[in-house]
Ligand binder design. Sequence first.
Ligand SMILES: Cc1cc2nc3c(=O)[nH]c(=O)nc-3n(C[C@H](O)[C@H](O)[C@H](O)COP(=O)(O)OP(=O)(O)OC[C@H]3O[C@@H](n4cnc5c(N)ncnc54)[C@H](O)[C@@H]3O)c2cc1C
Ligand SMILES: NC(=O)C1=CN([C@@H]2O[C@H](COP(=O)(O)OP(=O)(O)OC[C@H]3O[C@@H](n4cnc5c(N)ncnc54)[C@H](OP(=O)(O)O)[C@@H]3O)[C@@H](O)[C@H]2O)C=CC1
Ligand SMILES: C=C(O[C@H]1[C@H](O)[C@@H](CO)O[C@H](OP(=O)(O)OP(=O)(O)OC[C@H]2O[C@@H](n3ccc(=O)[nH]c3=O)[C@H](O)[C@@H]2O)[C@@H]1NC(C)=O)C(=O)O
Length: 331
Amino acid sequence: MKSSQAAVDVCSFSGVTTKKQEITSLESKEIYLDNTDFTIRPQVSLSGYTSYRVGGPAEWYVAPRTVEALQASVNYAKEHELPVTVLGAGSNLLVSDRGIPGLVIATRHLRYSHFDPETGQVTLAAGESIPSLAWAAAELGWEGLEWAVGIPGTVGGAVVMNAGAHNSCIADILVSAQVLTPDGTLLTLTRDQLNYSYRTSILQGSDRIVTQATFQLQPGADPAQVIAITKQHKQHRLTTQPYHLPSCGSVFRNPKPYAAGWLIEQTGLKGYQIGKAQVAQRHANFIVNCGGASAWDIFNLIRHVQYQVQENWSILLEPEVKMIGEFSLAC
Ligand SMILES: Cc1cc2nc3c(=O)[nH]c(=O)nc-3n(C[C@H](O)[C@H](O)[C@H](O)COP(=O)(O)OP(=O)(O)OC[C@H]3O[C@@H](n4cnc5c(N)ncnc54)[C@H](O)[C@@H]3O)c2cc1C
Ligand SMILES: NC(=O)C1=CN([C@@H]2O[C@H](COP(=O)(O)OP(=O)(O)OC[C@H]3O[C@@H](n4cnc5c(N)ncnc54)[C@H](OP(=O)(O)O)[C@@H]3O)[C@@H](O)[C@H]2O)C=CC1
Ligand SMILES: C=C(O[C@H]1[C@H](O)[C@@H](CO)O[C@H](OP(=O)(O)OP(=O)(O)OC[C@H]2O[C@@H](n3ccc(=O)[nH]c3=O)[C@H](O)[C@@H]2O)[C@@H]1NC(C)=O)C(=O)O
């Protein structure tokens, strides 16, 4: 186990990008990608694209609507030696107030879905919404996604994170995922190749971009029943989790057999606040933005919680949230 010192000393995080680089907008002009009608835009604030509602600008930002435009975006980054950061719906991200150097590629505009009643398989583009999918499946009477209704975000993010709830997770239903590799190749990876375990997959920290996924569901149930179970799951969340304030969901993975929320509450941290970031009263493993928090407030609170839990329980809580960009003392 790492020491508590390690828990407070590390002050620079990176998710996808690693290069230390100040944001220097080369030109404040949009760039048109070859053979597409898409533009790469400079200095785009990411706070509107994350559920925490914090974060500085992307040096460059693009949200392609087709796989071809995605490929063109990746090629552009390669040609200009820009580090690439991939964004889904930003519901599990803490973006630095300093922003993200290089090119941020948002995949949430990649959209299509196909339900195959013969096989019970549904194939979706990476940008499709998981809660919308869960409701659509319930309305068709297809079982298998009732648990997913309250998980904001995209198919791509859920496949990478192995999103889960109520003892189910993406790995239980994933048949395969299509990924775009940095050399522009589209590969199909089976569930076994993704090396899934609790809230992790081989895709975390990798340079492969999920473009679509196929899930196995079970058609043929009574829609009213599937909708009823889906509603119960949603209701359970609304009563146990602080959905009314910006957050990233659970901040830490559960250090089994303990629940992070229980450990944090027992440490006396419910309601503890740094700046406008607060350990939620309703669920201690949620840190909420009470209005006007900075990423730095949230980051410091994460560190404080880690430190206090380590001091009291000798357990280092491991963040589930992906922290991207620079978080240095000079912020
Ligand atoms: C209120 C609330 C409740 C939540 N409840 C749950 C819950 O019950 N269970 C749970 O598991 N999570 C939960 N979360 C966290 C979050 O919803 C999930 O992690 C979700 O799957 C993230 O999807 P996203 O599209 O927002 O991904 P993002 O947050 O945008 O990205 C997450 C990671 O995936 C990578 N990524 C995203 N898209 C792609 C892609 N196309 N290709 C490659 N990499 C990609 C990003 O680089 C990043 O590393 C909750 C969050 C909130 C705000
Ligand atoms: N605290 C936070 O930081 C955040 C919390 N959230 C919460 O996460 C949850 C998921 O958010 P979001 O991704 O926006 O998805 P929602 O669950 O709000 O909606 C997703 C889709 O499902 C449809 N839908 C919703 N309820 C029903 C229903 N009863 N029957 C049929 N269809 C339905 C919606 O249709 P329609 O548009 O017609 O309603 C919409 O198309 C929500 O509870 C939201 O409040 C989301 C983001 C951040
Ligand atoms: C929200 C997320 O996922 C959630 C998912 O929605 C829910 C529902 O299935 O189960 C997990 O929460 P969780 O383990 O905290 O589930 P809960 O049932 O709320 O709590 C577990 C235990 O901790 C206790 N608890 C929780 C919060 C709190 O403030 N105090 C406390 O004592 C509860 O009483 C319970 O005994 C996932 N979290 C993780 C880290 O695995 C996410 O990953 O972002």
